[in-house]
Design a protein around this ligand. Structure first.
Ligand code: MLT
Length: 410
C-alpha cells in the first residue's frame, strides 16, 4: 500500500477558515431565519473595478480570435504585467527591480507555501504567533517540524509571540534562525511596522545569512505615509528578503486569483557543499517546472489595475473598506472594547470582552448577534483572548453588525 505523508497527521486542527465555515453552516441550517453577517475570513465583497472588468472581458474576447489568441504564456508572468507593477507600485517607493526578479502567480497563499520547495529542510524557521496559519501549517506539512506540544507549538520552529506588551511586533530571535516570516500590515492583528522596525530585521537577516519572507498582501491598505509598503524600502533588504504581494485584497481578486513574488537576484543561499547560490535561479527553475502561469485574462485584468482609471477605481474600493474598518473600530470602542489595527489594515484585532476565550466569543457573536468573526486563538496560542473582524463586508452589513454587537455588549 502506498504510504502517506505522515507530516500531515501532525497538524493539530483543520485549516481555520473551513472550520469556521463548518460551524457557521451548522448554525445557519439550525436557524434558517437568522441573517448571518460574515466578517470572518478576509474575503472581498465589492465588484471588480470597472476598468479591470473591461480589460478582463476584452482578454476573454481575445481568446475567441485567431489574431489575439493566447496559449501558454511565460510561466513567470507576462513582461507587460511585471513592468507595470514595477513602474506603478515599486518605483514610486524608490525601489528599482528587474523584470526577472518578479514572478506572477495564481495567488499569494500558494506562493507562501511553494517557496519552501527551494529551501533545505534543516533551515530553522521563525514564525510569529499569532500568524497567518499557512506559514506554520506548510512547514509542518513539508516535514520541517516535529510534533506539536500541548500549547500548539511545533518542535523545531522558533515562535515569536506577539502581544499587547510588544505592540504585536515580534522581538528579534535570540537564537540564530535561517528563515523569518514577517507580515506587515499584519494579518491577523492589523498592526504595521515602521521603517526603523524593519531595518532591525533586515540587519539581523544580513548579519545571520537569514532570508526574510515578507508578506505584503495588505500593503495597499496603508494610510500613514511614513509606513513602508515594501521591505525593499529598507536599505540592505534586496540582499535578504523575498516579498509576496497579492491582488486578492488590493483589487478584489480573491476569486480571480493573482499574486506575485519578488526574489531579488542578490538573495543568496548556500549549497550543501557551501557554495553560494541564487534563490532567484531556483525559483525560476521551480516555477517553470511546476507552474504554467496565471491565465492570460487574469493577467490582463491585473495589468488594468495599473492603468490610470483602474488605479483610481481600485483606490476608491480600498477607501471603502477602510471606512468600514473605521466604523468597526470606533463602534466597538464606544462600548469599551479594546481594539488594535484597522487604521493601516483591513483587520480589527480586539480583546474579547469579559475575559472570554476566543472561541467562546465566536460562539457568543454567532448565536447572539449572528455575526461571524475569526477567533484569535485560531492564529496561534498568543491569539487566545483576541478576536479578528474583517472590514471586507458590504457597508450596510458592517453597520448592522456593529450595531448588533454594540447592543449586545452594552
Ligand atoms: C484571512 O482571512 O486571513 C485571509 O483571507 C486568508 C487568505 O488570504 O488566505
Amino acid at each position: 500500500m502506498a504510504k502517506i505523508n505522515d507530516n500531515y497527521l501532525k497538524l493539530k486542527a483543520g485549516y481555520l477558515f473551513p472550520e469556521i465555515g463548518r460551524r457557521v453552516r451548522a448554525f445557519a441550517e439550525a436557524n434558517p431565519a437568522a441573517k448571518v453577517i460574515r466578517l470572518g475570513i478576509g474575503d472581498v465583497t465589492r465588484p471588480l473595478a470597472p476598468a479591470v472588468l473591461k480589460a478582463f472581458h476584452a482578454a476573454v474576447d481575445d481568446l475567441g480570435t485567431v489574431e489575439n489568441f493566447a496559449g501558454y504564456g511565460p510561466e513567470q508572468g507576462y513582461d507587460w504585467l511585471i513592468n507595470a507593477i514595477i513602474e506603478k507600485s515599486y518605483q514610486p517607493l524608490g525601489v528599482s527591480l528587474k523584470t526577472e526578479e518578479m514572478f506572477i502567480s495564481d495567488g499569494s497563499k500558494c506562493d507562501c507555501a511553494n517557496i519552501l520547495d527551494i529551501f533545505a529542510m534543516d533551515n530553522i524557521v521563525a514564525i510569529g504567533d499569532p500568524v497567518y496559519p499557512v506559514y506554520n501549517d506548510t512547514n509542518v506539512m513539508i516535514g520541517r517540524t516535529g510534533d506539536a506540544d500541548a500549547k500548539g507549538y511545533y518542535k523545531g520552529v522558533v515562535y515569536m509571540p506577539c502581544n499587547e506588551a510588544n505592540g504585536f511586533i515580534p522581538a528579534l530571535p535570540t537564537e540564530k534562525v535561517d528563515i523569518i516570516y514577517l507580515c506587515f500590515p499584519n494579518n491577523p492583528t492589523g498592526v504595521v511596522a515602521s521603517k526603523a522596525e524593519l531595518k532591525k530585521w533586515v540587519d539581523y537577516a544580513n548579519a545571520n545569512d537569514a532570508v526574510i519572507f515578507f508578506d505584503a498582501a495588505y500593503e495597499a491598505f496603508i494610510t500613514d505615509p511614513s509606513i513602508p509598503h515594501s521591505i525593499y524600502e529598507i536599505e540592505g533588504a534586496k540582499r535578504c528578503a523575498i516579498e509576496f504581494r497579492s491582488f486578492s485584497k488590493t483589487a478584489g481578486f480573491t476569486g480571480v486569483r493573482c499574486g506575485l513574488v519578488v526574489v531579488p537576484e542578490e538573495v543568496m543561499g548556500t549549497t550543501a557543499s557551501g557554495e553560494k547560490y541564487s534563490f532567484n535561479k531556483l525559483w525560476l527553475r521551480r516555477t517553470t517546472t511546476k507552474f504554467n502561469g496565471a491565465s492570460y485574462p487574469v493577467q490582463k485584468a491585473a495589468a488594468a489595475v495599473y492603468s490610470d482609471e483602474g488605479w483610481k477605481q481600485t483606490k476608491e474600493i480600498i477607501d471603502y473598506y477602510m471606512e468600514n474598518a473605521r466604523i468597526i473600530r470606533e463602534g466597538l470602542k464606544e462600548v469599551g472594547v479594546t481594539c488594535f489595527g484597522g487604521v493601516n489594515a483591513p483587520y480589527i484585532w480586539l480583546k474579547t470582552p469579559a475575559g472570554l476565550t476566543s472561541w467562546d466569543f465566536f460562539d457568543k457573536l454567532l448565536t447572539e448577534c449572528n455575526v461571524v468573526g475569526t477567533p484569535g486563538s485560531g492564529f496561534g496560542p498568543s491569539g487566545e483572548g483576541y478576536f479578528r473582524l474583517s472590514a471586507f463586508g458590504n457597508r450596510d452589513n458592517v453597520i448592522e453588525a456593529v450595531e448588533r454587537i454594540k447592543k449586545n455588549l452594552k
